[in-house]
Design a protein around this ligand. Structure first.
Ligand code: TXA
Ligand code: MG
Length: 353
């Protein structure tokens, strides 16, 4: 199959959006830009089209998709908002939509089970990218869209990255430029505040619980304003958020993550690349080895937002450089750094292929 790439210009993205909506209406799949990473889209109410998403990505059917709405007001078309969390849901969507926050809520029966992998819940967000919202509006239905990469691989943050993942497998890619955030959305589940313990002292009201299923651009620190934030543990051997599979987001080249530069002991004759945070000698990695290639996420003083935006892009470049292994410098585990570290740990945990 020939894959066409159409540009969505700032002034005229509607033509491309209209074309994409047409493909979706006919039951096809298309790659669309979002502010996080590119998504592989299908009409959420068309189970056959959704099946194509799994097929094209070679994604196992136990890994559910994220549903994208044209606007927050469409939420009840795919999900129910239980009364006991209505207030916190309203606050979160008011604060972060459109934007990179995905909410897990009870699903509506009209959403095909394939979308949610049979789960009683559905993951929903409203993208900040006008093309994703515009296509959903033009189609008249919400859009199911996981990241537009082959299963387990590096998420695409540009149209050319989508082409190298899915070129020849899909009819259309809408090129909306580089993704502004560069990391997948934060996924949360919400629970009502626990009842106040009998005899509890003080006047603080118990807060609703916000469980982070996947760290992302909306940080734990930002979410704290809205409830008690908990990082999800793995409750069963099936991860709560299957993006939570231990190995994920992985390059084909083995990725090595060392807490300290001294822990890296190069093997004779191997070509290593370095994914550096800020390219500073002081961090100890740069001078540790005669690297075959070095990519710096945030040159200069190191800004975590810049590092996050460039992360998948640089990882992909290193992966395509014929190295024996990629060594990644760890970043701070706070704020956006937690989302980058989450991706690095998973990439490093991967059995390499
Ligand atoms: O930023 C993003 O979220 C991007 C763009 C395209 O929107 N999408 C994305 O989709 O990252 P994907 O398929 O790569 O990740 C979707 C993840 C699943 O792996 C799973 O972890 C989680 O969303 N998910 C979906 N439905 C869920 C549910 N009902 N309960 C828990 N987690 C769910
Ligand atoms: Mg993904």
């Amino acid at each position: 199959m020939e894959t066409r790439v159409v540009k969505a210009d700032l002034e005229d993205w509607r033509t491309a959006a209209g074309e994409a909506a047409g493909v979706l209406r006919d039951g096809g799949v298309v790659a669309l830009p979002t502010e996080t990473v590119y998504g592989l889209a299908a009409d959420v109410f068309n189970a056959e089209a959704v099946a194509k998403v799994f097929e094209v990505k070679e994604r196992p059917d136990f890994d559910p998709l994220i549903v994208h709405l044209a606007k927050a007001g469409d939420l009840t078309r795919v999900a129910a908002v239980p009364e006991d969390v209505a207030e916190v849901v309203k606050k979160l969507t008011g604060a972060f939509w459109p934007g990179p926050l995905t909410l897990v809520l009870p699903k509506n029966p009209e959403v095909p089970d394939l979308v949610t992998s049979g789960l009683p819940t559905v993951a929903v967000r409203v993208s900040k990218h006008e093309v994703m919202r515009g296509v959903a509006k033009e189609l008249g239905n919400p859009i199911a869209a996981p990241s537009a990469n082959l299963f387990g691989r590096i998420s695409p943050t540009s149209a050319s990255a989508v082409m190298s993942e899915l070129g020849g497998r899909i009819p259309l890619v809408v090129d909306g430029g580089a993704c502004a955030n560069g990391l997948e959305s934060t996924i949360v589940a919400v629970e009502p505040a626990p009842p106040r313990a009998a005899g509890a002292k003080g006047s603080a009201e118990p807060k609703p619980i916000i469980r982070i299923l996947r760290p992302g651009p909306v940080t734990r620190e930002e979410l704290r304003k809205f409830g008690k934030v908990i990082k999800a543990g793995r409750v069963t051997d099936k991860p709560e958020a299957p993006g939570g599979l231990e190995s994920h987001y992985a390059p084909r080249t083995p990725l090595l993550l060392f807490e300290k530069p001294e822990d890296f002991v190069p093997e004779e004759g191997k070509r290593y690349g370095l994914l550096s945070y800020r390219g500073d000698e002081k961090d100890g990695y740069l001078g540790r080895h005669d690297w075959a290639r070095v990519e710096v996420m945030s040159p200069g003083s190191g800004k975590i937002a810049e590092a996050a935006v460039r992360f998948f892009f640089l990882l992909r470049q290193l992966d395509e450089s014929g190295l024996d292994a990629i060594v990644a410098e760890p970043v701070s585990d706070r704020a956006l750094g937690a989302a980058v570290m989450d991706r690095l740990r998973r990439a490093a945990a991967r059995p390499h292929r």
